[in-house]
Design a protein around this ligand. Structure first.
Ligand SMILES: [Mn+2]
Length: 496
């Protein structure tokens, strides 16, 4: 596992942002610079490329936080060259010789063969990744308000003002950094130049509106990604547009911003579909954003707009909707299965925080709220999903188990936060194993089409499944219809 302590083996380190650096790249580099400088390393922070920074918010960022970023044409061979928010050899960053190459990035992998690397495409910003790495080095963020402010702004601008942010680590960083609110306010309001206002205006007049399928596609000239969020927010205000895709070709790829007010299309799920296999994307039900690698499109020999349209149509044309709240599912042809009695984990909420404390549970799937009490337990599923259950209901369905539950290896271990103090705890540290008392009987069938299920308990969104996943319904509750991923189904259900 990559750790920043590996960098401390070098004395001469150059940190390189991508060409035409954005706030995220600058912030990531600056935080790393501060860490290495404090460790008394010889360190430089640079970027290259033909053009120097001209964007007003970035110049203000450099000035307000005294970021020692240099623009270079050439670079003497460094012992270690650390690339932030980009990958060595990729099209958006000038290639300089170095003995050791280190890559710290949050984009989809494009190149490989580095000495040291950490690439996490699920994260909303590279700033989040650097923040997480620094935390593991016990970096004192409160003692470095400039670094905190830079990282906060890096995430803010890479996720369209936090609107397109989805990963729990992103939220953890947003919630915990003590940033300078005056600097942030100034940066937030230096976002648009008159040229960018014109780009937004032009993009809004050139669009393709597919009225049958209810979406519109807008193309903007190459611009800062934040402008796309601005355009899509405006476009969604139009009465005949319920879903919009706004994109621009930027360095080595396509940046996308999605908005949806349609009940049947969740923006975060839609962007995941659009970028599957060619990029990455995430966000919320109504707002999401993503990135497609140009090299992936070249590989498919597809023009950007044709590709987006084809994917959008494929998505809109090929899903079934199950309204489980209002209609009974037709179970003819569905086979019987029993849920295996496999150990799982639970946490007594009153073990973590005093009774009556409002708590926020944060998992990969999103945030949930509860009040700590002797009567509220938290169940932890095998994917790290967490849901509250009443103690009474728990004890009629489960018993405490001896052996610990397997598979507690999550990409984000669920955390629980005291909403009053902001203190946060690792939920797994309080987990105890339990076993279901009886087998649950269900009927299930393999999905042959993309399917969305609207359930009685979630008015906001839907559960979605792909061909190969299972649709299931409990024998004792015909309204309890849900989707189980293929790999999970095989682990948790068996034929009677
Ligand atoms: Mn970034």
């Amino acid at each position: 596992m990559f750790s920043l302590s590996a960098l401390l083996d070098f004395d001469d380190i150059t940190i390189q942002c991508h060409d035409n650096p954005d706030a995220d790249s600058i912030a990531s580099g600056f935080a790393l610079y501060t860490f290495l400088d404090a460790a008394r390393k010889k360190v430089r922070l640079v970027y290259s490329g033909r053009s120097k920074i001209t964007k007003v918010n970035l110049l203000e960022l450099l000035r307000a936080l005294s970021v020692p970023l240099e623009h270079v044409k050439d670079l003497p061979e460094a012992k270690a060259l650390v690339l932030v928010d980009c990958q060595y050899g990729a099209g958006n960053v000038t290639k300089f010789p170095a003995e050791t190459i280190v890559v710290i990035d949050h984009h989809r992998r494009e190149t490989s063969g580095f000495t040291l690397e950490i690439i996490r495409p699920q994260l909303g910003s590279c700033s989040t990744l650097v923040w997480d790495l620094l935390k593991k080095q016990d970096f004192d963020f409160c003692a470095c308000p400039d670094v905190s402010t830079a990282l906060y702004y890096g995430l803010f601008s890479d996720t369209n003002n936090f609107a397109e942010l989805s990963h729990p680590l992103d939220k953890d960083m947003r919630d915990s950094l003590c940033y300078d609110s005056h600097v942030i306010k100034k940066l937030k309001n230096s976002n648009l130049t008159l040229t960018e206002l014109r780009i937004a205006g032009t993009a809004l007049t050139r669009y393709k509106n597919n009225r049958d399928l209810g979406y519109a596609i807008f193309k903007a000239e190459p611009c800062d990604p934040n402008i796309l969020g601005f355009i899509s927010d405006l476009a969604l205000q139009v009465n005949s547009i319920d879903i919009c895709i706004v994109y621009a070709c930027i360095q080595n790829g396509i940046k996308l911003s999605i908005r949806s007010c349609s009940r049947e299309v969740m923006a975060n799920e839609f962007i995941a579909f659009l970028t599957e296999g060619v990029g990455s994307g995430g966000g919320h039900i109504e707002k999401a954003g993503g990135f497609i690698q140009q090299s992936a499109l070249d590989g498919l020999k597809a023009e950007t707009e044709d590709f987006l349209e084809a994917r959008a149509q494929e998505y809109m044309n090929a899903y079934d909707v199950v309204d489980a709240a209002n209609h009974a599912l037709d179970i003819t042809g569905m086979a019987k299965y029993n849920k295996k009695k496999i150990p799982t984990n639970y946490v007594m909420s009153a073990d973590i925080f005093a009774e009556g404390t409002p708590i926020l549970i944060r998992t990969l799937e999103g945030d949930a709220e509860a009040i700590a009490s002797k009567d509220v337990y938290l169940m932890i599923g095998i994917l790290g999903e967490v849901y509250p259950i009443q103690a009474g209901k728990f004890w009629v369905s489960y018993e405490a188990a001896e052996d610990s539950a397997p598979g507690l290896d999550y990409s984000y271990a669920p955390t629980v936060r005291n909403k009053l103090t902001g203190d946060s705890a690792d939920l797994l540290a309080f987990a105890k194993p339990c076993l279901p008392l009886t087998e649950v009987h269900i009927r299930a069938a393999v999905l042959t089409r993309n399917t969305k299920i609207f359930t009685a308990w979630n008015a906001e969104g839907y559960m979605s499944g792909k061909p190969g996943d299972f649709i299931a319904v409990r024998d004792d509750d015909p309204q309890d219809v849900y989707i189980v991923r293929k790999d999970i189904f095989e682990k948790t259900y068996k034929a009677p």
